[in-house]
Write a protein that binds this ligand. Structure first.
Ligand SMILES: Nc1ncnc2c1ncn2[C@@H]1O[C@H](COP(=O)(O)OP(=O)(O)OP(=O)(O)O)[C@@H](O)[C@H]1O
Ligand SMILES: [Mg+2]
Length: 272
């Protein structure tokens, strides 16, 4: 990371002060799908322990940006760092050179992601879903993985569902199992892409409570959501994305107080 970048995005310019460089640092991230420019230069940072929510209209690039952080999509210009590692590339004389798959897998290990559709393995019990990554990817002994898996499932309120198959669970329970599975990998960063938009209002509350607990515990998180009151409650800052750019990023009070930001006001009017 250049000194200049650190000055621009480092200590004091974002969320809780830790004295460390940001955990996530995006500087002018751009992405095209064919001729369609979807990310037009995203710059933001997320401090250690910070919760950033991202809101914005459908098609504004929220999921694409989140997927770039986790290397599920590749960006084509700009720089994106997680824990000071340049995601997806190494830089040679100012040019980006794609990393080999092995290095990308290594980078992704520290990042947990929870999707709108829960993406559990249907042929495995809830506990098997949770211990699969630690055993296969982290090479943990089975007993250690099982012990931590059980603890995590208890933490997300699924202490009585270790041996259930996902299809026997409600949507909210499946999503909580998916959160436990991501946490089992002991990530430095958790990404959530509309984690409750496939759920009914009742189960939505259960899942949001688990995410709010996680925020309280100090986990660094980036959450794409349409749940504005939730975002207001749990976020250190909220970003409004519009047409592939960050229109504004601010603490919840400042965010909702921007009465002269016409784009933001138009967006907020559509979801209240
Ligand atoms: N794999 C893809 N191939 C081509 N275009 C894509 C692909 N994925 C996304 N896009 C386009 O990129 C733009 C941004 O999509 P993205 O999914 O990031 O939006 P979003 O803000 O997450 O929207 P939503 O709120 O509906 O989830 C859209 O125009 C979308 O059609
Ligand atoms: Mg999306």
């Amino acid at each position: 990371m250049t000194e200049n970048l650190q000055k621009q995005h480092g200590k004091g310019t974002s969320g809780p002060e830790t004295g460390l460089t940001p955990l996530v640092l995006a500087d002018g991230v751009r992405k095209w799908f064919g001729h369609l420019e979807v990310l037009k230069g995203i710059s933001l940072s997320v401090s250690h322990g910070e919760v950033l929510s991202i809101v914005g209209r459908s098609g504004s690039g929220k999921s694409t940006f989140l997927r770039c952080i986790n290397n599920l999509e590749t960006y084509q210009d700009g720089r994106l760092y997680v824990a000071e590692n340049l995601i997806g590339y190494r830089e040679v004389n100012g040019k980006l050179r794609a990393l080999p798959t092995r290095a990308i897998v290594q980078q992704r290990r520290h990042i947990g992601m929870v999707f709108q559709q829960f993406n559990l393995f249907w042929h495995m019990t809830v506990l098997e879903n949770v211990i699969e990554g630690p055993i296969r990817v982290l090479n943990e002994p089975r007993e250690t993985a099982v012990e931590r898996g059980r603890e995590l499932l208890i933490k997300v309120g699924l202490g009585d569902k270790f041996d259930s198959y996902p299809m026997k669970l409600s949507g909210g329970q499946q999503q909580r199992a998916a959160i436990a599975r991501a946490l089992a990998m002991q990530p430095k960063l958790m990404l959530f892409d509309e984690p409750t938009s496939a759920l009914d209002p009742e189960t939505t509350g259960e899942v949001l409570a688990v995410i709010a607990d996680l925020a309280q515990s100090g986990m660094t998180m980036v959450i794409v959501t349409h749940e504005m009151s939730f975002a207001q409650r749990v976020s250190d800052r909220i970003a409004f994305m519009e047409e592939g750019l960050v229109n504004t990023i601010a603490t919840p009070d400042a965010f909702f107080g921007q009465s002269d930001n016409k784009s933001l006001q138009r967006f907020l009017a559509t979801i209240h």
